[in-house]
Each structure stands twice: as structure tokens, then as C-alpha cells.
Write a protein that binds this ligand. Sequence first.
Ligand SMILES: *Cc1c(COP(=O)(O)O)cnc(C)c1O
Length: 230
Amino acid sequence: MNQLEQARNQVLAQIQQACQQCQRDAAEVHLLAVSKTHPSEVLRAMYATGQRAFGENYLQEALDKIAALQDLEIEWHFIGHVQRNKTKHLAEHFAWVHGVDRLLIAERLSGQREATQPALNICIQVNIDGQDSKDGCTPEEVPELVRQISQLPHLRLRGLMVIPKPDNNAAFSDAKTLFDQVKTEHAHPQDWDTLSMGMSGDMAAAIAAGSTMVRVGTALFGARDYSNQN
Ligand SMILES: *Cc1c(COP(=O)(O)O)cnc(C)c1O
């Protein structure tokens, strides 16, 4: 067994254990492999272990990898900050965008998604614990955003994404409460099934609070070396 496979098995075991402890079905928690800064050959090797969903933060880096890995059936997730002048590339090349925090961005993504493609999966990013420097809408803005974004034709509004401050595990419960509350605002409530929260260091706490998608980089690929970025 190679190192990547070992790391992935370990993360899957951690997810399973966290689910057991709170009596959740491990099939409800999806693993998103966060591959920013890692070269496409590493993603290819991780794919060979069975991983299909990969998350990227930087658009140009992601587009290069998407081109290099065209022969694989990867589900690409964009988890970085969404700039309005970049929405066309996101609409064309990704299956999911997690960082939508205003209506204008969602409208552009919907308008730029080809009608021949499946609907683009969207999560609304919420600044759940009021951080100054963070992206994301306020919790108060979420109900109206759900109402409006869920009506856009080429999107499928799946849920919420949060990145709380380190060690603020209470924020995960706040996100779960908000997630449950706003479902009634959704035009297609059966689509509302994703709570994207938890990373390498706080997976178990996020799962205990109700995460359905953990975004894991370091625990799968090792530490990131930004000086290697091309
Ligand atoms: C980098 C990143 C992750 C992964 O973080 P790790 O601590 O390496 O697991 C998850 N989510 C987002 C939004 C990120 O930018």
C-alpha cells in the first residue's frame, strides 16, 4: 500500500469512528480531497486509490490540473473565494462551487452554466462566527439568499459551507441549526442536503455537529509547500 492510500484509509477510518461515536451513518459524510498546491501527478495517484471528489482554491492552478487530468472522472469542487470576473471559468469547469456569498455571484454562475451541462452544485458560504477577515455572508442574510438562489435555473443549491475559527467547535452547531432552519425557504427542499464543514484538524467535531462533507487536505496529502506552486 502506498503512502497516499494509507493516508486516505486513515482519514476514512477517522470519519467512520467519528460517525460511530455520534451514531451517524458514515455514508452520510463525504470526503472532499483538498489538493491545492499539489501537482496533478499526486492527484492522479490519489484518484487511483478510489478518491473522486477534489477541491481546489486557486482558479488558474485548478484549470491547469483539470486540463492535465481530463482523462479521469474527477468531480471538481471550487472551495476558494469567488471573484465576480472568474465566474465563467467556474461555471464551465466545475461540478461544485462552495464559496457563494452573494446573489450576484449565483446569478452569474447560473447564467454562464451551459444548458447542456448538469446544474452546478452550490453551497452558500456563511461567516458563522463573525470573523472580520473572512469571506461569507452573515447568518442573517442566509434565508433570503436561499430563497433567491434556489430559484435560479442552472444551479442546484445544496447547502452551506463554513470555516470557523480554529477551536470554535460551537460554530459547527450554529451552522447545523441555521442549515435546518432555512430549509423551508428553499424552492426545492429535497436538494438541501449538504453541510460542508470540517478540515484535517477538526473533522470529528464537525461530524458530531452534522457535517455531511469534510474538506481534507493536510491529513491526505501532507503539509503544503507554497514555494512549489507553479
Ligand atoms: C485548504 C482548505 C481546506 C483543507 O485544510 P486542511 O487543514 O489542510 O485539511 C479546507 N477547506 C478550505 C476552504 C481550504 O481552503
